[in-house]
Ligand binder design. Sequence first.
Ligand SMILES: C[S@@+](CC[C@H](N)C(=O)[O-])C[C@H]1O[C@@H](n2cnc3c(N)ncnc32)[C@H](O)[C@@H]1O
Length: 145
Amino acid sequence: MWTAHKARFIERYLYYFVLVTKHGTYIDGFAGPQQPDDPEMWTARRVLESEPRWFRHFYLFDSSPAQVAHLQALQQAQRPPDRTKKEPRRTIHVEQGDFNSLVGELLHSAPFSPREAVFCLHYLYGYARRPLLSKIASLYRVYPG
Ligand SMILES: C[S@@+](CC[C@H](N)C(=O)[O-])C[C@H]1O[C@@H](n2cnc3c(N)ncnc32)[C@H](O)[C@@H]1O
């Protein structure tokens, strides 16, 4: 039930999120497709292709080289911004690795300003929730979802 509807639910949530913020950064630590033959269930794809295209920055991670290849193909498939709709230029960063190790580096390198609205999807595989949330909270204002 959750798996089947998760991608659609997150896309809807972020639709309202971006209507409020008018911009944003999307971080997905486990971004490869759960079912490569069913792109409708792929959260990162749905968020990237959701309208309005106001998210400006994407950080997509996966530990599996095969999954990273899917992410790179998704990155290459993106159309350029439609200037008639005032869509911003986007950056899409794809990286292979263990997100539990890489998330600290990403947050400390602080590529986003304190005013940036950031949504981070994390599955908490093998990672204690509390240390991660307190790490994020120490760096940013957090509105837990
Ligand atoms: C359940 S799938 C993610 C589902 C995906 N977000 C979607 O919407 O279809 C889990 C993914 O996490 C990746 N993964 C597992 N452990 C990881 C880790 N420690 N760091 C990064 N990626 C990891 C797997 O390779 C796999 O692609």
